[in-house]
Design a protein around this ligand. Structure first.
Ligand code: ADP
Length: 310
């Protein structure tokens, strides 16, 4: 089983508007409500790949109930820890080809809810071939949460793919037990290193050789339409992807995380892992919905990916 962790899930609400007029009432032409949060995007893509996936994290209130109902309808397994607070909503206003977002902070979890989650996570990790951890932490959950989860997974020898930023990432990188794989983009790398990181091979190589990343087996830097740059132990890879008709790249990084996890669970070799992950990123970018891939174009795109050692 692949376990996905979403500590601060949301109902993502997208309103399609003709135009956004500030200080005016605007009518939505269309409303779309979907389970959201980066980890649930990863979950959906893994489910589409027919992986045995289970979603964990914190959930609460009527919004939490909505998310569980939608997952049930889709046939996606979950084992969330219930909290007293109400799961958040994140609103996207789609207008004139632009996207304006309102992100609620989410509920505050308390110490006993966190302890309960850690217990559930430890039990679930025993049955996991791979674990993904994505996104932000809600209030009340300590910065070292992801470091704690990675240590707990290490007891059972389960590799963790970590996709987060800020203090939670810094704490996880500084801990004794390291994530098996991380998937930063260049902005996240720059924030971590405190200096600019460009898409140049030399800049990326220098960044990934930072002692900050010692002990992490896979670092995959997603580069949007330029593919990705990766380091597996001591080998660097430059991955070029074909030109596609991109509709919305939101969630492409999460789709890539799903690909990395599924490749690790299936013991794919380096070329297989990189092609699988990038193909899923591209397939997501070709869809309007977030964390959604249509596998009909999988083989054609997969064949067009070029990988060379850098
Ligand atoms: P993130 O969400 O982490 O910033 P990216 O936007 O870099 O992720 O996308 C992740 C992956 O999805 C890329 O590495 C690439 O394989 C694919 N991808 C995303 N956007 C495009 C695009 N416009 N054209 C081709 N591939 C894309």
């Amino acid at each position: 089983m692949i376990l996905t962790v979403t500590m601060n899930p949301s109902i993502d609400i997208a309103y399609q508007l003709d135009e956004l007029r500030i200080d005016h009432a605007v009518r939505a032409k269309e409303t779309l409500r979907t389970p959201g949060g980066k980890g649930l995007n990863v979950t959906r893509v893994l489910h589409t790949l027919h992986e045995d996936v289970c979603a964990a994290g914190l959930i609460g209130g009527n919004n939490g109930g909505f998310i569980k109902d939608r997952l049930k309808e889709a046939g996606i397994r979950f084992a969330f820890t219930e909290i007293k607070g109400e799961t958040r909503c994140c609103i996207a206003l789609l207008h004139e080809g632009k996207q304006t977002e309102v992100l609620e902070p989410g509920p505050e979890a308390d110490a006993s809810e966190y302890r309960e989650f850690l217990k559930q996570f430890y039990t679930l990790s025993k049955d996991s071939a791979c674990i993904t951890i994505s996104g932000s932490l809600p209030a009340g959950i300590p910065d070292h949460c992801y470091a704690d989860l990675i240590s707990a997974a290490a007891i059972n020898g389960v590799p963790v793919v970590l996709d987060c930023s800020g203090n939670a990432l810094k704490k996880a990188l500084a801990a004794d037990h390291k994530p098996y794989a991380i998937k930063p983009n260049t902005d996240e790398l720059a924030e971590l290193l405190g200096r600019q990181v460009t898409k140049d091979t030399s800049s990326l190589k220098a960044a990934l050789l930072s002692p900050l990343f010692d002990g992490i087996h896979w670092i995959i830097v997603s580069l949007g339409k330029d593919g990705c740059f990766a380091k597996h132990d001591n080998t660097f890879y430059q991955v070029r992807v074909p030109q596609i008709h991109a509709v919305s790249p939101v969630g492409s990084g999460d789709s890539m995380v799903a690909g990395i996890a599924s490749a690790l669970a299936r013991n794919m070799n380096d070329e297989g892992l990189l092609k699988h992950a990038n193909t899923l990123g591209m397939l997501n970018a070709m869809q309007k919905q977030t964390g959604c891939v249509n596998l009909k174009d999988y083989d054609a795109l997969y064949q067009l990916i070029e990988i060379r050692k850098a």
